[in-house]
Each structure stands twice: as structure tokens, then as C-alpha cells.
Design a protein around this ligand. Structure first.
Ligand SMILES: [Zn+2]
Length: 109
């Protein structure tokens, strides 16, 4: 994926039941290994990907493996509203990032 950012979410691993910090990589905003949490506002003004200030955006995310059991669940959706991370959820399949080759989709301008 090259340079990316990470959003960290605390949750229970569905495989080993440990409380883990899920790390989801995504490309949006100034893409430079920044680490965010839900509720954070993305930085802009460097290696930018995306459209600053878009109202609602869904960004393609990939999880890093569970540090306890190695589980990798695959694709995630990182939801942004006005450049703030509002949620991170496993991919619903409603947005096709693979065939479109896009790393983000502006849902509402
Ligand atoms: Zn695990």
C-alpha cells in the first residue's frame, strides 16, 4: 500500500478473545504513518490523498494481524465526516474498492 495512516480501535478479538488494539491501515488525508483514533480530525498539507472537507467519505482499510493469535480479518471501511474519523467497521461489501481501484469514495460532497 506504500505510505498509509493507521486508525487504532480497541476491541475483543473474535478468535482468541483477547482485548486488542486493532490497527487499520488506510490512505486518506496527509498520508504519512500518522496514527489516529475515532473522533480525530485528519491532517492535510503533505502527501495528500482525497478531498479535504468532503462531507461523508468511506475509505478502504486493511487490518494488521492480531498480536496474540495472528488473525487477519481483511477489509475494513473507515468512515469520515468532514475529515473526522467517525467509525471503523468490517467491510460490508457495499463499496467495491477492489474492482474500482479506488482507496476512497466520496459518498456526500
Ligand atoms: Zn486474536
Amino acid at each position: 500500500m506504500g505510505a498509509f495512516n493507521v486508525v487504532k480501535v480497541e476491541r475483543t478479538c473474535p478468535s482468541c478473545n483477547e482485548t486488542v488494539e486493532l490497527r487499520v491501515q488506510f490512505k486518506y488525508g496527509d498520508t504519512w504513518q500518522y496514527e489516529y483514533r475515532i473522533g480525530d480530525r485528519l491532517r492535510w498539507g503533505g502527501n495528500d490523498t482525497g478531498k479535504p472537507g468532503a462531507k461523508r467519505v468511506v475509505v478502504y482499510g486493511i487490518d494488521e494481524h492480531c498480536p496474540y493469535c495472528g488473525l487477519e480479518e481483511g477489509d475494513y471501511e473507515v468512515w469520515l465526516e468532514n475529515d473526522v474519523i467517525v467509525s471503523v467497521q468490517p467491510s460490508t461489501g457495499a463499496y467495491d474498492f477492489v474492482n474500482t481501484q479506488e482507496v476512497y469514495i466520496v459518498v456526500e460532497q
